[in-house]
Design a binder for this molecule. Structure first.
Ligand SMILES: Nc1ncnc2c1ncn2[C@@H]1O[C@H](COP(=O)(O)OP(=O)(O)OP(=O)(O)O)[C@@H](O)[C@H]1O
Length: 362
């Protein structure tokens, strides 16, 4: 007796993707399934980047199909395809950018920029095309952390080319405003300068554009979160930040403008003694998780306060690049995977599927 398509689908249905926690059939990952006198072949297309896991997933599928009676050869090709997801009503997607993820914080200095760059690099390490827009007016630090120097090129009038660092495309508010420009002047011009930077950078085929937002929840941040086509937001906090309610303001801001909150990251959560390795919850433990439960949002993970995170970022080689196999990189990569998986479950962008309707008065 040779195997049937239904039998293969049945086996795939009982195989749970450890990342999404749903089976590959329900997740609509299986394409081109062919069953021909005992030979089975298929493509498995994941909605999130997972280059490091392709082989494990492929083997798990092959092993489960091989157990079916009548199966001879099994060929499984695993890949990722990231699609564009819906953004706020009335805001248009950017050309060359599928998904924008805003990384925000309730106040400055919580490690938002450092977390954003490591997340971007972790997504890129898994095979995604990733860009970084440095919108942090108070201290544009992405060029430094990505080891980028110089000015962007302008090949076409009114546009700039993204600069490149560690495989990321990057553009920074630092290219537009002088470092010593007074804050009063920065405030009013900032949203228009940022929009310009976002729209006039010629992003090339990005799966994700990470926006390192200005810290805080004032007018600039609110206007930005209304005008930038954001797929979802990630909020970086510290335990003190949670205690001071700053992080909660960040949550409310995105809720107000209809941007889904992907989750919260607690930074500088614990201190690990470099001498003995003892981990200390200097500012108390569990605050981030508790807040997430209270507000019904995802707790994405916690990073320790660690000297190497700062040193590596300052040296232009953030942790995910400087120590890709280390324990801290594993935390960033795990968080990045969760972000990508959450994005993959959000509503898809359908605007490109509809024709433009023009009403003519004849
Ligand atoms: N987990 C960490 N352990 C140790 N140092 C960290 C950690 N995260 C960030 N830092 C350091 O803390 C400082 C502030 O971080 P960062 O610039 O990323 O914060 P930010 O929230 O973006 O600040 P701002 O919004 O004011 O620009 C930097 O020197 C950075 O290297």
């Amino acid at each position: 007796m040779s195997v049937t398509v239904e039998a293969v689908q049945g086996a795939l249905k009982s195989l749970i993707d450890p990342n999404t926690k749903i089976d590959f059939v329900t997740a609509k990952n299986v394409k081109n399934l062919k069953v021909d006198s005992g030979d089975v072949s298929m493509d498995v297309v994941l909605g999130y980047p997972a280059k490091s896991q392709f082989d494990t997933i492929r083997k798990a599928i092959i092993n489960s199909i091989r157990e079916l009676p009548g199966v001879k050869n099994v060929s499984v090709n695993v890949s990722s395809q990231i699609v564009a997801h819906a953004v706020q009503r009335g805001v248009k997607l950017l050309p060359g950018v599928k998904n924008i993820i805003a990384v925000a914080s309730g106040k400055g200095g919580v490690g938002k920029s450092t977390t954003a760059v490591n997340l971007a690099l972790a997504l890129a390490a898994e095979g995604a095309q990733v860009g970084m827009l440095d919108a942090d007016i108070y201290g544009p630090s992405q060029p430094m952390m990505l080891g980028i120097t110089g000015r962007p090129e302008s090949i076409e009038e009114n546009t700039i080319e993204p600069m490149e660092g560690h495989g990321l495309q990057a553009s920074s508010i630092g290219f537009l405003i002088e470092e010593d420009a007074p804050m009063v002047w920065r405030g009013p011009m900032v949203t228009s300068a940022l929009e310009q930077l976002l729209r006039q950078t010629r992003w090339r085929d990005l799966d994700y554009l990470i926006v390192d937002m200005p810290p805080g929840t004032g007018d600039i941040q609110l206007t930005l979160s209304q005008k930038v086509p954001v797929t979802g937001s990630v909020i970086v906090t510290t335990p003190q930040d949670i205690a001071l309610l700053d992080a909660r303001k960040g949550l409310k801001m995105f809720e107000k403008v209809g941007v889904p909150i992907i989750g919260i990251i607690e930074n500088m959560s614990t201190y690990i003694c470099p001498g003995c390795g003892h981990e200390e919850h200097v500012f108390g433990s569990g605050g981030g998780e508790k807040m997430c439960k209270e507000y019904g949002v995802e707790f994405l993970g916690a990073l320790p306060l660690n000297l190497s995170i700062r040193e590596q970022a300052d040296a232009g080689r953030p942790t995910v690049i400087a120590d890709p196999e280390g324990a801290i990189s594993a935390i960033y990569k795990n968080i990045a995977r969760q972000v990508a998986i959450r994005v993959a479950t959000l509503a898809k962008d359908m605007s490109s599927k509809f024709p433009n309707i023009v009403v003519q008065n004849t």
